[in-house]
Design a protein around this ligand. Structure first.
Ligand code: ZN
Length: 589
């Protein structure tokens, strides 16, 4: 099986120029793996029955083998990851066409973003094998694109203990990637090469439906499979309606018919008896990112305490149910996506942030276990306990309506200085069409001066994330330079642009520290010198003096703070730095 030899050239060649010792070790490992690989992909298929999941290298080897055997599957490298190993793209199609095609619906599946939750890795192998064996048929107008193993660095960091609350498999990878980032927070900021490659791959295919396979944490209950769907209130109206009224009911019904009854993801404070909430999947998360591109996303979350084999089987059943839905639905998802894209153009304002509406509650039939409080053997204090001898079926509250708390009006175009090269790279990875200024140009643009914002006390996923940004917008003349970027918002990426470039969006590039240079003054002043300038300022400007004295009168802290008073006058002087707190992204109207 020469293709297997080929499959192992990547790791060898990648280090060929470094140390002989490493090369020797790799060759040795390779030989061992090659011997194991003789009938490898067949044994891989049954691993979950033995409470096992394949390693990253075994997974890639399986797909390379199957793509050599079958006309329906193509596997190729697509971009880099932080580990040094490339990302892989597996494409499954009946007609041996493995390129994006506007006539086809695209189902995009991601696995092992959290390698400790590898159900999707095994289930995707089983799905591919059943398609190749003719046991499960996919429709001719469907292309399946799957990432067999996304967090490769985490996958290589394999062990048996990092999922403290999970029931199998015996060995699995770790949540943090090669840079110890949680990749399911990285879709906007793209700190990892994995995320940038993902952005590019997602853009290449522009999928209609997205599945990102996970395993839960949290409460105990009877279900093996739980489901996070993209928060409906964040989607364009045509997609929200289709998701709620057509797709979700069918998925729940199909899964129940297959004896894998599902429940919405159990997002609760303590026991689910107190009610559960829909999850607000911000754009940093996979499905939230997909939603910015008008793609309906799902995070199936199998329950951590159920046997691994059942978790894999239910994940497979979910993906098959999705494909069955796509094969049988009367709705043309290609048209639906176009309707969604078109529907946002006439809107004058676009929502970018939401909060749970606690007034709107639905009832949900839920199969749980009675939760009681017992005395803890460890602490002697009360602890939560789920009694498996007391299963119940009852109605619980389900809060799944989010209301808008921030909406923006989108300009005809954004102007971004080329200085912000990382932002430009990410926009390009998302297929954003841009033009460049042909010469230095002074434009009349709307710009925002930041008045206040909050910042977390400790780094969150490598960043001091900002939130609650308050800014005052206004029109001003601003000079941009030859090569700076002008980005029309009259394009498919309109919603993506609003959610990444507007200051009130929780996952904007500003929130993720891409513009922190503006948050600090660069020149400022020396107080003993500026005292005289300030005195002059007051004697020259009667109006300013009146305002200043009034402020001293009504604000005791201000009256007793010399620095605050000098700062106040400095900000209103010609010496004030225009760039300080001025968000450099302009809006053109
Ligand atoms: Zn997860």
């Amino acid at each position: 099986m020469c293709h297997l030899t080929h499959s192992f050239f990547y790791p060898i060649t990648s280090v060929l120029h470094s140390m002989r010792q490493i090369l020797f070790t790799l060759l040795l490992t390779t030989s061992i793996t090659l011997i194991m690989a003789q009938d490898h992909h067949h044994s891989t298929l049954h691993k979950s029955e033995n409470n096992q999941t394949p390693t990253y290298l075994e997974v890639i080897e399986y797909y390379q083998a199957i793509s050599n055997e079958s006309q329906l599957v193509q596997v190729s490298e697509f971009g880099l990851t932080d580990s040094g190993y490339p990302l892989h793209e597996v494409v499954i199609s009946n007609d041996q066409s493995f390129s994006p095609n506007k006539e086809k619906i695209v189902l995009f599946i991601n696995n092992a973003i959290h390698p400790g939750e590898p159900c999707g890795v095994d289930a995707s192998i089983q799905l591919t094998q059943s398609i190749v064996d003719g046991k499960f048929t996919i429709p001719n107008d469907l292309t399946i694109v799957l990432i067999p193993f996304y967090n490769i660095g985490g996958g290589l960091n394999r062990g048996s203990h990092s999922r403290a609350n999970q029931n199998g498999p015996e060995e699995y990878g770790f949540r943090g990637n090669a840079k110890n980032l949680d990749l399911n927070r990285d879709f906007i900021k793209c700190d990892s090469r994995n995320a940038l490659s993902f952005n590019q791959l997602f853009t290449k295919w522009s999928p209609h439906v997205f599945i990102d396979n996970h395993t839960s944490n949290g409460a105990d209950y009877q279900y093996i499979m739980t489901l996070i769907a993209t928060q409906k209130d964040k989607l364009a109206a045509p997609l929200a309606s289709y998701l709620t009224n057509t797709l979700l009911p069918d998925l729940y019904q199909q899964m129940e018919a297959k004896d894998w009854e599902m429940t919405p993801y159990v997002y609760s404070n303590g026991s689910p008896d107190n009610g559960i909430r829909g999850f607000l999947d911000l754009p940093r998360y996979s499905t939230g990112y997909a939603a910015l591109h008008h793609c309906i996303g799902f995070m199936p979350e199998t329950h951590m305490l159920k046997p691994y084999e059942d978790r894999v089987e239910s994940t497979l059943a979910f993906m098959e149910s999705m494909i069955t839905h796509l094969a049988t639905t009367d709705t043309d998802l290609k048209t639906l996506k176009q309707e969604a894209i078109q529907s946002v153009y006439p809107e004058t304002t676009h929502a970018v942030d939401w909060v749970l509406n606690k007034e709107k509650v639905e009832k949900l039939t839920f199969k749980g276990y009675e939760a009681t409080t017992q005395e803890s053997e460890v602490t002697g204090l009360p602890r939560l306990y789920y009694d498996h001898n007391q299963p119940y079926t009852k109605e619980i509250d389900f809060y799944n309506t989010y209301q808008v708390i921030a909406a923006v009006s989108i300009p005809k175009a954004y102007v971004i200085p080329q200085a912000y090269a990382k932002v430009i790279d990410i926009l390009k990875a998302n297929g954003v069409e841009m033009q460049r200024l042909e010469s230095d140009t002074t434009l009349t643009v709307t710009m925002s001066k930041i008045k206040s914002y909050k910042t977390v006390d400790f780094p969150y996923e490598g960043h001091y994330l900002h939130s609650n940004v308050k800014a005052v917008g206004g029109s001003r003349q601003w000079t941009y330079y030859k090569g700076d970027y002008v980005i029309s918002t009259d394009q498919n990426a309109r919603i993506y642009l609003a959610n990444t470039l507007e200051l009130s969006a929780p996952d904007s590039f500003f929130a993720w520290n891409f513009f922190d240079g503006i948050l600090m003054q660069k020149e400022h002043y020396s107080a003993y010198v500026f005292e005289d300038t300030a005195a002059q300022l007051l004697s020259n400007d009667a109006q300013l003096k009146a305002k200043f004295l009034a402020k001293k009168e009504e604000d005791t802290d201000f009256a007793n703070d010399a620095k605050a008073q000098l700062d106040y006058l400095y900000e209103q002087s010609v010496n004030a730095e225009p760039t300080y707190l001025l968000y450099p992204v302009g809006g053109l109207n």
